[in-house]
Write a protein that binds this ligand. Structure first.
Ligand SMILES: [Zn+2]
Length: 112
């Protein structure tokens, strides 16, 4: 049974990074909501920015969810196994994507 202490440390610091990002986005979004619009051009730019921020926020939230799921798999002993075909995920892939829940073949199938 391999120890995943390094992975756990890596996941936790990655999680912290994304949490900081989410905080920063939320501060930014909140700040914008309070701002009074001056003209239409500014409003358009603003809503565009909000879309970008919302997309970044969604992405960061999703990452945190995936990281949490990976941490859960470490606890339950199923870390590193593909959730689709139950084969071991290549170490190289886990190094690149420590929260990967599928092997490359299944991930490619899933993404079409
Ligand atoms: Zn697989």
């Amino acid at each position: 049974m391999p120890s995943f202490d390094n992975v756990k440390t890596q996941l936790l610091s990655l999680r912290e990074e994304y949490m900081r990002r989410i905080d920063a986005i939320e501060v930014e979004t909140h700040h914008k909501e309070e701002a009074v619009e001056k003209d239409f051009a500014e409003q358009a730019t603003q809503s565009e920015n909000d879309d970008v921020l919302a997309a970044l926020d969604d992405e960061a939230q999703l990452m945190v969810m995936q990281i949490d799921a990976a941490l859960g798999r470490i606890e339950s002993g199923s870390y590193g196994l593909c959730k689709s075909c139950s084969e071991s995920i290549l170490e190289k892939r886990l190094q690149a994507v420590p929260f990967a829940e599928m092997c490359i073949a299944c991930a490619e199938k899933a993404s079409g």
